[in-house]
Design a protein around this ligand. Sequence first.
Ligand code: 48F
Length: 259
Amino acid sequence: MALDEITITKAIVESYIEAFLRSTDVDVALVGAGPANLVAAKKLAEADARTVVFERNLSVGGGIWGGGMMFPRIVVQKEGCRILDEFGVWYREYEEGYYVASSIETVAKLTAGVIDAGAEIINLVAVEDVMIREDERVAGLVINWEAVARTRLHVDPLTVRAKVVIDGTGHDASVCQVVQRKIPGAKVGSLGVPGERPMWADVGERTVVEVTQEVYPGLIAAGMAATAVAGGPRMGPIFGGMLLSGEKAAMLALEKLGL
Ligand code: 48F
């Protein structure tokens, strides 16, 4: 078969644009494709919520890849293994209650789970702002190519309407920060995004799940973003809390959607 470059070009552009257009009006828009949001996206899509994840980097997976100090392994405590099982991630017990998994397998299988459940993942697109409405609730996202942000080109963004937004942007809590900064009088969470505290794995892991919540009307914080909003401690390369936080964020979003 003779190959035509223009057919290849059209196949790529048309199929991408179709997916992109489907993603402009959704039930849940998730910002960041780290572990918390990958778990949340799978659960949402499984419950038939129209779901899109925006990730500014080329690769999804956030802080999973690097494991601990570039040793590509993650530790998950007993409570989180249920979620690894759901995604089919292999792990072994290291010591009682501590389980270890490959970072690479974890990213691959979480990502495959999201896609198989029917959610869209859009990479290379950064969320730079939110849309708000009369009642000041978050009503969607303002997006642009990450390349535009990195090259500081003056290019206006586009928008996505969403009934619920989940900030899973990790330590930066970048969506929560935007809301806190740009909406006069807004208080995101009860403290207004003070940022995370130094490391304390035990407390950090429990806190991240407890503080996963709607932090502003229409905006749920998950994973490290939830910790940053609540001023909880960081926990390092143990990931059970992130997985369980994602599960809780999805449950809260589904409650809001009535699904
Ligand atoms: O940081 P990240 O992995 O989020 P998480 O789910 O997990 C935290 C852990 O990885 C680790 C930890 C574990 O104990 O402490 O840090 O809370 O992933 C966040 C993702 O969000 C993307 C970013 O590139 C990363 O992949 N991201 C951040 N800001 C934006 C964004 C943005 N404005 N637009 C789109 N993506």
